[in-house]
Write a protein that binds this ligand. Sequence first.
Ligand code: PSU
Ligand code: MN
Length: 324
Amino acid sequence: MFRPRISSLARFKRAVHQFKISDEVKDALSTGKPVVSLESTIITHGLPYPQNLEMARSVESKIREHGAIPATIAFMDGTPKVGIESWEIERLANAAGSGNINKVSRRDMAYTMANKLLGGTTISSTMILSQLAGIKVFATGGLGGVHRGAEVTMDVSADLEELGRTPVAVVCAGPKAILDIEKTMEYLETKGCLVATMGTPGSNVPGFYTRDSGVKSPYNFETFEQAAQIIHAGRQLGLDSGYLMCIPPPVQVALDDTLISGIIEGATSKANNLGIRGKELTPFLLSEIARETQGASVTSNIQFVLNNARAGAHIASALSRLKN
Ligand code: PSU
Ligand code: MN
């Protein structure tokens, strides 16, 4: 059996003392119950109040309904917490849009801790903390990726780097349609991240707001058990790279393709003209899309997260039934 080298074990021991895991999550992990982690940037920088609060609460209930334990992750006054309390979720939701809360990717973690800041975790930092806590499955809405025009700006989400180096399964509705999905898939291939989409063989990757981005998915799976088997095989082998499991959004809540692409183009050029870049870009684009669709994108976004949470709970349950 693989044993970590002493140095990495010591490093790991030191790291686990720096963050808090809730009793419920700790208990679930030690007894082998399925656990699904959740990010918090979607609460703090992805959705407006009060829909962010409603989403954060209902996504936890959805995971419980489908037989797993939810673990929402965030930085509370600098402390990374895995499995925050209901009042903490409320605090994060209230702080959205206030400018008093940090959007935390890998590069922001140390600063957020050292300065005792409140922070919403993106996919990248949620993956890191999930891995440290021993959580294998993480559910969210949409993935960050290679931005349009990245050949000039070099704006590539830290989510993709993390998917190349941290062995956690991210269950989502695909890369957001605000991105260059083809380049995002190329990048994930280079980084060695498994990408599979739920559907019959040959199904394309979903485009977050739409069921079909037009870009081919490298692999497909038709049942949650099959998804779990893929993750299990990679973990058995000790691969360090991540797993991206894409769940096309339900037909009833997917948005109209041509409508949304027009809005995205408008929002992207507005961001260009205003000089909005870096970590502000994704939140800006999401809020523009929400405004232009009169809130329809927010309603859909919440439905996608719930749908992915359900899938995540099933994948985590199937994974917990597979022997190590
Ligand atoms: N998906 C959503 N809303 C969001 C995000 C994803 O539906 O707000 C967040 C995630 O936390 C993701 C982040 O990790 O956006 C990516 O930001 P950037 O493009 O700056 O890396
Ligand atoms: Mn970016």
